[in-house]
Design a protein around this ligand. Structure first.
Ligand SMILES: [Zn+2]
Length: 865
């Protein structure tokens, strides 16, 4: 795959400001695939019409293609009219209207980049977003060129299932058991939504009757051995289809909807029209082979890809700078779906935690970019948390500002007006502006400026007159260039409660901060007011406010917003860790220990076990590194351990009873209340293991659990320092029982992160395991991704950085997308003390001295400039 490697000198930058429409329209595309593992022939017959006067050449994209022939209106095009440069083919002197016939040959087996057409466990499959279609045939590989596609697939009998987008038109036997199958997609689409699958697959089937009474054939295709693990995804799909009709009025449009599970996949899943292709880990589930988290992730991803049928497919993006138009909106839609199906408070806590720990990190690091980036070298690098998660927060703010009814009218207008078109973020926001009469000019800063804005809150309360003034100040993101930075419009939701009684003094209010500073006054505020601010995280900003311990305790005890309650106790944990970092002998505030005990005893809290489990979980490394920078990750790790031990000791009489009463009885149910109980039971067991011998409990749980969640917890806790006698035995037993890739990956990631045993040598050993393969992204993420992101003890060392850098270089030659993602932890060097920084930077310099893919080059060069 030498062609995919660019010299490190100046890769081409694509800029939003330089956007130009494509000068030709493609009226129809007819593709014929003659499938073969190493020599697949692709014939494209397409009908073209010039739409820009004065143009005489046609520029098509193509990469790693063997060009067999190019014909225009049936005549072979002479080589003198063809110019091939980099990733494009220029055809000179084309007529104003013509039929193009291009024959190419490709080698799916050699395609380890997993873009375009490739083989996964002997199955043909495709991934075309963002720029994979150019590895199939010469074509304008850009989202604003839309056309209807017909796909004809011919293959040997060993590939009995042949699928593509749209509806099945015919399936004909030809000689030697070979078949020709024809699919037709009547909805015009860009080529990134093209898909093809060919393999020996089995299908689980069901049906769904839409709001207008049409019956849709639903199928999930998997390898035969996995057929018993498809039910949950199918049920999730039906829930998502019903929800999109109820909440957005969106109905499915084709006669058939298919999902195919593949084992080699760079991303989670892909929303190809009518034929979604999924990473098998995001679709296959059974109680024995998927944890609660996996069940919930599958439900969310199945819904996300389905929702794209409208937000992404029927209305698509004009160019890749608009990626968040489809992704931000669709993440917002899937998170609301999950909140409606499960616990709204817990879903929001998890989303906020993820945003703060991962997206805020990205937004303050070397690869920070706006939700609508102005430029890129490699678009694959922009499938980021900013585009997805922050993009979703921006849509959430629009809904907060408009209210649910106007927001729905705005989305109806957007879908109706732009159906079948490729549009920009401006059209989406414009529809919201039109239905509400609101000016979104200032709001666009959220799309155009990088970084996380900061919010400061000051209160002045006159206890005699009861007058209370709240002042809100916004500060630019730490990374912002001050002269070009504009103030944001920040929706701030707040409420005031009394510190002692928890009584609401001022009910929930929405304040729109549009200037750098503004204040609001309330009269007659009695008692001791405590502010609950940014409720539900009403805007993706960092709160810079030193809150007294007594205020935080009041919020954690009384606040009626789940996120604010959780946030208050997280802040208390962070303050305690801060004290320990200054002085490891400083005692933990007894008030925090008393609060933890009170929360556990609170009958209302125990009614919402998932929420209590979140409150008992200490903040993640990423959040602590962000606060205590430049920090020492090893010192932060020990401070957090010390706090955990103190809480375990301080609430010692509750852990066992909590574990016993919360463990659900009866058959496994992957629904919210049972998941919440298991989550709290396992959290309690983790604390219990810090204060007493739990060998018998762990062994019993491991051997008798009805589900993977509990069995995995027993193994994981034993593998930590809790049960050294059991550790090796349970690890071996867990591996012996790992008869699916998903369970194997859990084992690999636990072995790569467990601090007690996961040394550098052990991690190297895992990459040599007989079931490990460098060509499978899921295995690479399970071992090296887990090691670099979650094994602080071993990774933050010279040998740890070297191991990661070596792995990144090795992977870059096979799969540049995965290499560019894996290198990220090294790029965050600025958050650590100089002794760490120097070693991390020297590995980055070693990487950039090599000949790199443009994916990896873009990330690393931004990180060491
Ligand atoms: Zn998506």
């Amino acid at each position: 795959m030498t062609d995919s490697r660019a010299m490190n000198a100046a890769p081409k930058t694509t800029r939003l400001a330089e956007y130009e429409g494509f000068p030709y329209a493609v009226e129809s595309v007819d593709l014929t695939f003659d499938l073969h593992p190493t020599e697949t022939r692709v014939t494209q017959i397409s009908v073209w019409k010039k739409i820009t006067a004065g143009v005489t050449s046609l520029e098509l994209n193509g990469k790693d293609l063997k060009r067999i022939s190019v014909k225009i209106d049936g005549e072979l095009v002479d080589e003198s009219r063809l110019v091939e440069i980099d990733e494009s083919l220029l055809i000179r002197q084309v007529p104003d209207a013509f039929t193009l016939e291009v024959v190419t040959q490709i080698n799916p087996e050699a395609n380890t980049a997993l873009e375009g057409l490739y083989l996964s466990n002997g199955m043909f499959c495709t991934q075309c977003e963002a720029e994979g279609f150019r590895r199939i045939t010469y074509y304008p590989d850009r989202p604003d060129v839309m056309s209807s596609f017909t796909t004809r697939i011919t293959a040997d009998p060993e590939y009995p299932v042949l699928l593509s987008n749209g509806n099945l038109i015919s399936d004909t036997k030809i000689k030697d058991g070979r078949r020709v199958v024809v699919w037709e997609d009547p909805f015009p689409k860009p080529c990134y939504l093209f898909a093809l699958v060919g393999g020996n697959l089995a299908a689980e089937r069901d049906s769904f009757v839409t709001m207008s009474g049409r019956e849709i054939d639903l199928r999930i295709y998997v390898e035969k051995k996995d057929l018993n693990r498809t039910r949950y995804a199918l049920e999730s799909l039906k829930r998502a289809m019903a929800w999109d009709e109820d909440v957005y009025g969106r109905e499915y449009d084709l006669d058939i909807f298919m999902i195919v599970a593949v084992s080699h996949f760079n991303m989670g899943a892909m929303e190809n029209k009518g034929l979604n292709i999924f990473n098998s880990s995001c679709v296959l589930a059974s109680p024995e082979a998927a944890t609660d988290q996996a069940f919930q992730r599958i439900e969310a991803i199945v819904a996300h890809e389905y929702f794209h049928n409208w937000s992404g497919n029927r209305v698509t993006c004009r160019d890749w700078f608009q990626l968040s138009l489809k992704e931000g909106f669709t993440v917002f839609r899937d998170s609301e779906f999950s909140a409606d199906i499960n616990s709204r408070a817990v879903k929001r806590i998890q989303d906020v935690n993820f945003l703060r720990s991962a997206q805020f990190t990205e937004d303050s690091g070397p690869t920070a970019h706006p939700v609508q980036p102005p430029e890129y070298q490699e678009i694959s690098n922009f499938y980021t948390l900013t585009i997805y998660e922050k993009g979703a927060e921006v849509v959430r703010m629009i809904r907060t500002l408009l209210g649910p009814e106007l927001f729905r009218r705005g989305s109806d207008l957007y879908f109706e007006r732009y159906d079948g078109q490729a549009v920009t973020i401006k059209e989406f926001v414009g529809a919201m502006a039109e239905v509400s009469g609101r000016d979104f000019g200032q709001f666009m800063c959220w799309y155009e400026q990088p970084g996380t804005p900061r919010l400061q809150v000051y209160m002045d309360h006159d206890s005699v007159t009861g007058q209370l003034t709240i002042q809100f100040d916004q500060r630019a993101p730490a990374i912002a260039e001050i002269d070009s930075h504009k103030a944001y419009l920040i929706p701030i939701s707040y409420q005031l409660i009394d510190r002692e009684s928890g009584q609401v003094l001022v009910p929930e209010t929405l304040f729109e901060l549009s200037q750098t500073s503004a204040s609001v006054t309330h009269e007659d505020v009695k008692g001791n007011p405590v502010i609950s601010v940014l409720r539900g995280l009403s805007a993706p900003v960092k709160l810079e406010m030193t809150r007294p311990v007594a205020d935080l305790i009041a919020l954690a005890r009384f606040d009626d917003d789940g996120v604010s309650r959780w946030d208050a106790i997280q802040d208390l944990y962070i303050q305690s860790i801060g004290h320990l970092l200054k002085d490891p002998d400083s005692p933990i505030d007894q008030a925090l220990i008393d609060l933890v005990c009170e929360l556990i005893r609170d009958p209302q809290m125990v009614q919402d076990p998932a929420c209590l489990a979140e409150m008992l979980t200490l903040p993640q490394d990423n959040i602590l590194w962000d606060i205590f920078q430049p920090g020492d990750p090893q010192a932060i790790l020990s401070a957090r351990k010390q706090l955990r031990q103190t809480l375990a000791d301080g609430a010692s009489k509750y852990w066992k009873i909590l574990f016993e009463t919360m463990t659900p009885e009866g058959p496994y149910q992957p629904e919210a209340s049972a998941i919440g109980r298991r989550s709290l039971a396992i959290t309690a067991l983790t604390y219990l293991a810090k204060i007493e011998q739990v060998d018998t409990i762990l062994e019993d749980l491991f051997n008798n659990a009805s589900n993977l969640t509990e069995r995995f917890a027993a193994y994981r806790i034993a593998r930590s320092d809790a049960a050294p006698h059991l550790s090796d035995a349970l690890s071996q037993k867990f591996l012996d029982g790992a008869d699916t890739d998903e369970v194997l990956d859990l084992w690999l990631s636990t072995e790569a992160t467990n601090e007690r045993t996961a040394t550098i040598e052990r991690v190297k050993e895992l990459t040599g395991h007989e079931r490990f393969a460098w060509t499978n992204p899921n295995r690479v993420r399970a071992v090296l991704g887990a090691f670099a992101n979650r094994n602080v003890k071993a990774f933050y060392s010279a040998a740890g950085y070297r191991l990661l850098a070596d792995s990144v270089l090795k992977l870059d030659a096979m799969n540049p997308q995965i290499a560019a993602r894996l290198v990220m932890p090294l790029c965050q060097w600025a958050r650590f003390e100089p002794s760490y920084q120097d070693k991390m930077k020297s590995e980055l310099r070693r990487i950039i001295s090599q000949n790199l893919s443009k994916d990896l080059f873009e990330i690393v060069s931004k990180s060491i400039d």
